[in-house]
Design a protein around this ligand. Structure first.
Ligand code: NAD
Length: 355
């Protein structure tokens, strides 16, 4: 076994059907007496049913995608004027992003109730958009102090959103398997996360109200978030970050790019590929992921989610000029080929970039 460093992050997880009923107790455990409840307009009704049990100081129901700086300022102001001493975030990665933005400057503790599979609730990573660019960073202050995973809250998450969000989580696991600062414990979680997601997502697409599949998918999302909380992400996340700058939707972009990023790294990360093959029961990791996504019925082409062909070269250039550490060297031409394949939604066959 190679040498490694493992550091676990302090977070508390309450998991299970109906566990949201423990929300008030979790807030109390943190000493919260004035809660700012944060959600998107879409989750406002769900938030209303939770608010009854909480010592509410205010409700900010204007969370939106991409955590734009002006909206973040509004939320921070409300946290201050309402004298909140705790944030409860109910929703997907977008909503959790608002709680993190508040915690970043105020240090307020967060109790997260995730309703998608982004995994953001388990990480110290924050992101705020301004002037068309998203600034990101890591800060322990933004890590939720407690996370409540209640699969019952996800029964209404539409199948297409569930599938794309679940593949976003799987991307965290995949990159953790070949992270330069990975370790055997994180790899265990990553492998188990891929297994749980690959088993749950097809069942959710067939029957979105399948309680066991919903539970497995949330478990996979928890593991996925945990894997990237202490390891570095690589080419795949870099590309998705760059493509996000072109206005592409977050989870769908992750889903489309993942099989191609895996193929790119195939020869350079043999142990990770062997784990992915084993857990998916396939003979080739990238094609196995692509075939799973085809079964899920999610978009397979960047062309179908708003990417312009004319922007592919610029995207490849940005990614190659400031790469994240990656098992295989990040170079313009092969990255452009990867993006072209993702643009056209080609099924990755045998790895083509043998060095
Ligand atoms: P999202 O939060 O925007 O939610 C996706 C859609 O699902 C929205 O339309 C939302 O209204 C809807 N929705 C959420 N819960 C629902 C429910 N229970 N029932 C019905 N509909 C529901 O998307 P996301 O993919 O969860 O998060 C994406 C954002 O999270 C991005 O901004 C991304 O950068 C960020 N993110 C951050 C991290 C991190 O570690 N910081 C990790 C992953 C993603």
């Amino acid at each position: 076994m190679n040498s490694f460093i493992y550091s676990g992050l302090p977070s508390r997880v309450v998991f299970g059907a109906g566990s949201v009923r423990q929300l008030a107790a979790e807030v109390q455990r943190l000493g919260g007496k004035r809660v700012l409840l944060i959600c998107t307009p879409g989750r406002a009704e769900m938030a209303g049913t939770l608010a009854g049990d909480l010592p509410i100081a205010g409700v900010f129901d204007k969370a939106v995608m991409h955590t734009p700086a002006e909206r973040v300022e509004e939320a921070r102001k409300q946290a201050k004027t309402s004298k909140a001493d705790c944030c409860v975030v109910l929703g997907g990665g977008s909503t959790i992003g608002f709680g993190k933005a508040i915690a970043l400057t105020s240090g307020l503790p967060i109790v997260a109730v995730p309703t998608t599979y982004s995994g953001s609730e388990m990480t110290t990573i924050w992101g705020i958009s301004e002037g068309g660019a998203k600034k990101t960073g890591r800060d322990p202050k933004v890590l939720p102090k407690a996370v409540i995973y209640d699969p019952e809250l996800t029964l209404g998450l539409p199948p297409a959103v569930s599938a794309a969000s679940g593949m976003n989580a799987m991307a965290h696991c995949v990159e953790a398997l070949y992270a330069h600062d990975g370790n055997p414990i994180v790899s265990l979680m990553a492998e188990e996360g891929i297994r749980a997601l690959a088993s749950a997502l097809p069942k959710i697409v067939l029957n979105p109200k399948d309680p066991e599949a919903r539970s497995d998918a949330l478990y996979g999302a928890w593991l996925a978030g945990s894997t990237i909380s202490t390891t570095s992400v690589a080419l795949h996340h870099k590309l998705c970050h760059v493509l996000g700058g072109f206005g592409l939707p977050h989870a769908e972009t992750h889903a489309i790019v993942l099989p191609h990023a895996v193929r790119y790294n195939n020869d350079a990360a043999p142990e990770a590929m062997a784990r992915i093959r084993k857990v998916l029961g396939v003979s080739e990791a990238s094609a196995g992921i692509y075939d799973l996504e085809k079964r899920l019925g999610i978009p397979l082409k960047l062309a179908d989610i708003g990417m312009q062909e004319a922007d592919l070269e610029r995207a490849a250039k940005i990614a190659a000029e400031a790469p994240y550490p990656n098992p295989r060297k990040v170079e313009y031409e092969p990255v452009l080929k990867l993006l072209r394949d993702a643009y056209e939604g080609r099924r990755p066959a045998r790895p083509v970039f043998v060095e």
